[in-house]
Ligand binder design. Structure first.
Ligand code: UDX
Ligand code: UDX
Ligand code: ADP
Length: 478
C-alpha cells in the first residue's frame, strides 16, 4: 500500500492531535499533515515562531515541530478546506464527561465528534477514511458512520476506523516514536479492510508490522477504555496497600518491588501516590461504569467504580493527614505546594490531585504558596474552579491565600510545611538546608510522591511524612 502524496487532516489540535500529527509528519515526509482547530488562539500558538509558546509542553516536541512545520506539517483553522482536500481525516477533539442530562457526571459527551462528522459529510466530495482518535464510548464509530451516511453527498464513500491513542503525557514523543502497539479497528468488509491497510501503512513507516494490532471497531474502542481502567486500577490497588503499610510498618516501596518482580504482575505503574490525575483515567473509568450500567451489568459497574472511590479516598486521606500532623490546624499557616501538574514533564493540570489537596487546605484556612516549573497561576485557578468548584466568590481571600511562586525556595519562605504534589526531577536538588532555615519550626515535609531523600531531610531537622511508610501523614490519624 502506497502512502506517497497522501493528505492527512486532523480535527483537534490538543494534547493528542498536536503531538501525534507532528510525529506522523516527521516519520512520513511524503505525507502532508494539516492539524485543525476551531480555536484561533490554539492554532496561533502552534504556529508561534517561539517554540516555547507551543500550546502543549512535551519533552522533544519542539524539535519535531521545528523540523516539520512548514515542510509537511501545517496548523490551520480552515477546517472545511483541509478536510475537503484530505484522504484521511483524524478526529481528535475532546470528549469531556457530560455535565448535564442523562449520564451527567459519568457519560462522555460526544457532541464535538458528531459536529465533526457533520462538517466532514458536508464539505467532502471525495472518498475518505475517517479515523476516530479521541477516546470515545464504545459504539461511537457507529454514531459517526450514521451521521456521515445520512449527510454525505452522492457518490462519496467513507470508511470509519477506530485508532485510539495510548501516549502518556510527559512522554508523548517517545511513546509515539516507539509505541508498545498501534491499534486499528475497522469494519470487516472489503472497504473496511482496505482502509485499515491504508492507515497501517502510514504507521508502518516507523512501527513494525507485528506491533500494529487490527481488530473490529468495537474491540478497538473498548480496549482503550479497558487499558486506562487497568492502569488506574494498579494505582488504586497499590494506594490501598499504602494505607495498610502505614498502619502496619510495612514499606509500600518494598512491597511494590517484591510484588512487581513477579513477571505476571510486572514492575511498572506501582508507585503509590497521593492519587492519580490526568484527563483520562477518571473520565474513562466513569465512562466504562456508565456503559456497564447501560448494558445491564451493575456488578461490573460497581467493580470498576471502586477504582475511583479508592482514588478519592487517597487524596482526602493525604490532605487530612497533613492537617492532623500539623497539630490539627493549618489555619493561617503557610504551606508550600511543590508541583501542581498531574505528573511531571507536563503543564497539564486536568484532574490533578494537587487541586483537590489545595481545596481541602483552603477550606482549613491555610495559605498556599505553589511552585510548579511549568504551570502558571491562571491554569491552576481554572482547574481549582472547574474540577473543585473553588472560586474567588466562595473562597474568602483566594487571591492572597493561593499564590504562585517563582521557585521552591520562595514558596517555602516562612512556611510551616512543604508538600510534594508532583514528582518533578528538580525537586530532588532543592537546597533543603536553605528551605529549612527559612521555614517556621517544627518544619514539616509531606512527600506525596516518595521522591525526596527522607533520611537527609530528617538529618536537617524536618518532620518527614511519606505515603505508604510508617511515618506517613495518616499514621498519626489513627
Ligand atoms: C497461585 C499463585 O499463582 C502462586 O504464585 C501462589 O504461590 C499460589 O497461588 P495457583 O493457585 O497454584 O497459584 O495457580 P494459578 O496459576 O495462580 O491459578 C489460580 C486460579 O486462577 C486457577 O483456577 C486458574 O485457572 C485461574 N486463572 C489464572 C484464570 O482464571 N485466568 C488466568 O489468566 C490465570
Ligand atoms: C494515561 C495512560 O497512561 C495513557 O496510555 C493514555 O493514553 C492516557 O492516560 P496520562 O494520564 O498522560 O496517560 O499519564 P500517566 O502516566 O498514565 O499518569 C496518570 C496519573 O497516574 C498521574 O497522576 C500519575 O502521577 C499517576 N501515577 C502513575 C501514579 O500515581 N502511580 C504510578 O505508578 C503511575
Ligand atoms: P485531548 O487531550 O483529547 O487532545 P484537548 O482538549 O487538548 O483534548 O484538545 C481537543 C481540541 O479539539 C481543542 O483544542 C478543541 O478546541 C478542539 N475541538 C473541539 N471541538 C472541535 C470542533 N468541532 N472542530 C474543531 N476543533 C474542535
Amino acid at each position: 500500500v502506497k502512502i506517497d502524496g497522501l493528505k492527512v487532516a486532523c480535527i483537534g489540535a490538543g494534547y493528542v492531535g498536536g503531538p501525534t500529527m507532528a510525529v506522523i509528519a516527521m516519520k512520513c515526509p511524503t505525507v502532508t499533515v494539516t492539524v485543525l482547530d476551531i480555536s484561533e488562539e490554539r492554532i496561533a500558538a502552534w504556529n508561534d515562531e517561539d517554540l516555547d509558546n507551543l500550546p502543549v509542553y512535551e519533552p522533544g516536541l519542539a524539535a519535531v515541530v521545528a523540523e516539520t512545520r512548514g515542510r509537511n506539517l501545517f496548523f490551520s483553522t480552515d477546517v472545511e478546506g483541509a478536510v475537503a482536500a484530505a484522504d484521511i481525516v483524524f478526529v481528535s477533539v475532546n470528549t469531556p464527561t457530560k455535565l448535564h442530562g442523562v449520564g451527567k457526571g459519568r457519560a462522555a459527551d460526544v457532541k464535538n465528534l458528531e459536529a465533526c462528522a457533520r462538517t466532514i459529510a458536508r464539505v467532502s466530495s471525495s472518498n475518505k477514511i475517517i479515523v476516530e482518535k479521541s477516546t470515545v464510548p464504545i459504539k461511537t464509530a457507529e454514531t459517526i458512520r450514521r451521521v456521515l451516511e445520512a449527510n454525505k453527498r452522492p457518490g462519496c464513500e467513507f470508511s470509519v476506523l477506530s485508532n485510539p491513542e495510548f501516549l502518556a503525557e510527559g512522554t508523548a514523543v517517545d511513546d509515539l516514536f516507539e509505541p508498545s502497539r498501534v491499534l486499528i479497528g475497522g469494519e470487516d468488509k472489503p472497504a473496511g479492510r482496505t482502509a485499515v491497510a491504508q492507515l497501517a501503512a502510514v504507521y508502518n513507516n516507523w512501527v513494525a508490522r507485528e506491533r500494529i494490532i487490527t481488530t473490529n471497531l468495537w474491540s478497538s474502542e473498548l480496549s482503550k477504555l479497558v487499558a486506562n481502567a487497568f492502569l488506574a486500577q494498579r494505582i488504586s490497588s497499590i494506594n490501598s496497600i499504602s494505607a495498610l503499610c502505614e498502619r502496619t510498618g510495612a514499606d509500600v516501596s518494598e512491597v511494590a518491588r517484591a510484588v512487581g518482580s513477579d513477571h505476571r504482575i510486572g514492575p511498572n505503574f506501582l508507585k503509590a501516590s497521593l492519587g492519580f490525575g490526568g484527563s483520562c483515567f477518571q473520565k474513562d473509568i466513569l465512562n466504562l461504569v456508565y456503559l456497564a450500567e447501560r448494558f445491564g451489568l451493575p456488578e461490573v459497574a460497581a467493580y470498576w467504580e471502586q477504582v475511583i472511590a479508592m482514588n478519592e479516598w487517597q487524596k482526602r486521606r493525604f490532605a487530612e493527614g497533613m492537617v492532623s500532623s500539623m497539630f490539627n490546624s493549618v489555619s493561617g499557616k503557610r504551606i508550600a505546594l511543590l508541583g501542581f501538574a498531574f505528573k511531571k514533564d507536563t503543564a497539564d493540570v486536568r484532574e490533578t490531585a494537587a487541586a483537590y489537596v489545595s481545596k481541602f487546605l483552603l477550606e482549613e484556612r491555610a495559605h498556599l504558596r505553589v511552585y510548579d516549573p511549568k504551570v502558571r497561576l491562571p491554569a491552576m485557578l481554572s482547574e481549582l474552579d472547574y474540577t473543585c468548584g473553588v472560586t474567588p466568590e466562595n473562597c474568602p481571600d483566594l487571591a492572597t491565600r493561593f499564590v504562585s511562586c517563582a521557585s521552591a525556595l520562595e514558596a517555602c519562605d516562612g512556611a510551616d510545611a512543604l508538600a510534594v504534589m508532583t514528582e518533578w526531577d528538580e525537586f530532588a536538588s532543592i537546597d533543603f538546608e536553605a528551605a529549612f532555615a527559612a521555614m517556621r519550626k517544627p518544619a514539616f515535609v509531606f512527600d506525596g510522591r516518595n521522591v525526596l531523600d527522607h533520611a537527609k531531610l530528617r538529618a536537617i531537622g524536618f518532620q518527614v511524612y511519606v505515603i505508604g511508610k510508617p511515618t506517613s501523614p495518616s499514621a498519626t490519624v489513627m
